[in-house]
Design a protein. Sequence first.
Length: 142
Amino acid sequence: MAQDAFEEIAETFEFLDDWEDRYRHVIELGKAMAPLEEGQKLPATKVEGCASQVWLVPEVDGAGPDAVLRFEGESDAMIVQGLIAVLRALYSDLAVSDVLEIDAPGELARLGLNDHLSAQRSNGLRAMVQRIRDISTAARDA
């Protein structure tokens, strides 16, 4: 049930045999993202549970199950910035009810990230996914 943008990342990963190349690709995805404005880096947008500094700024259009989720994000770590880009590809522009149906661990496992991220990075990635799910649940129930 992944978005086209995520499928594109998964296809690119299939062609990149070396994990160094895959890391570089994730970092490049992150570099392509616009930085957040300083005023968006607030305690309310900071993701706890990440070793790096991470902010996710949601934009929810509408209310209820059909509300559409978009978000921007930023991290002070290049690989984590890339992981934010991967999550945006997975979730952005979906109805919040669809966001909640996505098996994020399963989709991310297709990229092999679970096996190649440190325990701290994996925990941070789970924290970001949980934040996105919490935002989507609140919007769905609004």
